[in-house]
Design a protein around this ligand. Structure first.
Ligand SMILES: C[S@@+](CC[C@H](N)C(=O)[O-])C[C@H]1O[C@@H](n2cnc3c(N)ncnc32)[C@H](O)[C@@H]1O
Length: 362
């Protein structure tokens, strides 16, 4: 337990003040995102005919609000218990956000053109498309140049934050407690420096940043297909004082690591962007590179099976954003896939719009 979490336990007034500041920050991000989406949506409607969408039951909004409350409660409890430092809850790169925000608006007309022209494989001529699996060459979310440009890497996290009302990081943090617990139980004799953790599909490094805060001395690695996103991750992680995680450009279906290299693996928001066979191949690779006893933690979109009331929202997401494998994903049996890859599923849970699966390689 850290000094700060100790102080929070002992001084209830301090705890109440920090907790309220955290909630204020989270709700302000939520309102800003709502305002952004409303204004952007209105402008889009003026320019293009609206998309046919599934009607949402009014009760869904109440359920969503409850899920946000539960997510914030859990996030606060984990920080207070010292699973990760309380300052992680307040780490916001506002300067970066406000610098990028006008560029995000400048890019929106191109995304709308793509969305309304149904062009989901639209890359500028200078983008090198060789050596990627065909399923990857998509403008996910109708992003300009998909995952293959520095500009896309610069805007990605802000787009995700606006989409999730500023709750993306709080959802990602839900992997930290089960991972910490799994490692402590399975490898009690390993020193913190001997622990090796890999983040698969690490993108711009948000999860690695959280992993570093939670495991300050561990050997961290990240793998991703996008050099541009890895460059952004490198830039972000260089600001942390601890050892820089090792970032490697590779396909997660064939990772350049020896068998049983890692004790912990995380895969965050990746599986919904893979077709079924690639999902299975990545899980098989995860099994190969994880030590027996090691823990795999997955965070991804909710699915029909765990959140049937939210199905209309999921279908709207698939229609509105370019997510070619998402409809298949929402009905896929991830537990069966994980078991088929050789893992034992320990626990599944849902937090806001994400589901979490904790599995162990026995
Ligand atoms: C939706 S983003 C999630 C990124 C990050 N994990 C996060 O939480 O923001 C999906 C990431 O998976 C990566 N990716 C997709 N297919 C991959 C594959 N076959 N091998 C490695 N990375 C892949 C993409 O480049 C992208 O960075």
């Amino acid at each position: 337990m850290t000094l700060v979490s100790n102080a929070l336990q002992q001084f209830p007034l301090l705890e109440a003040w920090v907790n309220q500041s955290y909630r204020g920050l989270q709700w302000s991000k939520g309102y800003f995102s709502l305002l952004h989406r409303t204004v952007a949506g209105r402008i889009e409607e003026l320019l293009y005919p609206s998309f046919p969408t599934e009607p949402l039951h009014p009760d869904l909004l109440r359920q969503l609000q409850q899920r946000v409350e539960d997510l914030l409660d859990q996030d606060w409890q984990d920080a207070k218990a010292g699973v990760y430092p309380v300052d992680l809850l307040f780490e916001e790169a506002w300067d970066e956000f406000f610098q990028s925000y006008p560029r995000l608006w400048a890019d929106l007309p191109r995304a709308w053109q793509r969305a309304h022209g149904q062009r989901g494989q639209d890359f500028d001529p200078e983008i090198d498309l060789t050596d990627y699996p065909p399923y990857y060459l998509q403008n996910f979310h109708y992003q300009t140049n998909g995952y293959l440009s520095d500009e896309s890497a610069q805007l990605y996290d802000h787009q995700v934050e606006l989409l999730f009302g500023g709750k993306a990081d709080a959802m990602r943090r839900r992997i930290l407690s089960p991972l910490k617990q799994g490692l402590q139980q399975a490898f009690p004799d390993l020193s913190p420096r001997q622990v090796r953790i890999l983040d698969v599909g690490c993108g711009t490094g948000q999860t690695l940043k959280q992993l570093r805060a939670c495991f300050p001395e561990a050997q961290l690695h990240g793998v991703d297909l996008s050099m541009a996103y890895l460059r952004k991750a490198n830039q972000r992680l260089s600001h942390q004082s601890q050892t820089l995680p090792q970032l490697i450009a590779a396909n997660a279906e064939q990772m350049p690591f020896a068998p049983s290299t890692f004790q912990g693996l995380s895969v965050v928001f990746v599986f919904h962007e893979l077709p079924g066979p690639a999902r299975q191949a990545v899980l098989a690779e995860c099994h190969r590179v994880l030590q027996p006893g090691g823990t795999l933690v997955i965070c991804d979109s909710i699915q029909e099976q765990d959140s049937p009331d939210f199905l209309p929202m999921m279908l709207n997401f698939a229609t509105r954003f370019h997510e070619p494998y998402y409809r298949h994903y929402v009905q896929d049996d991830l537990t069966a896939r994980i078991t088929q890859a050789g893992f034992t599923v320990i626990e599944t849970s849902v937090h806001f719009l994400s589901k979490f699966i904790v599995a162990q390689r026995l």
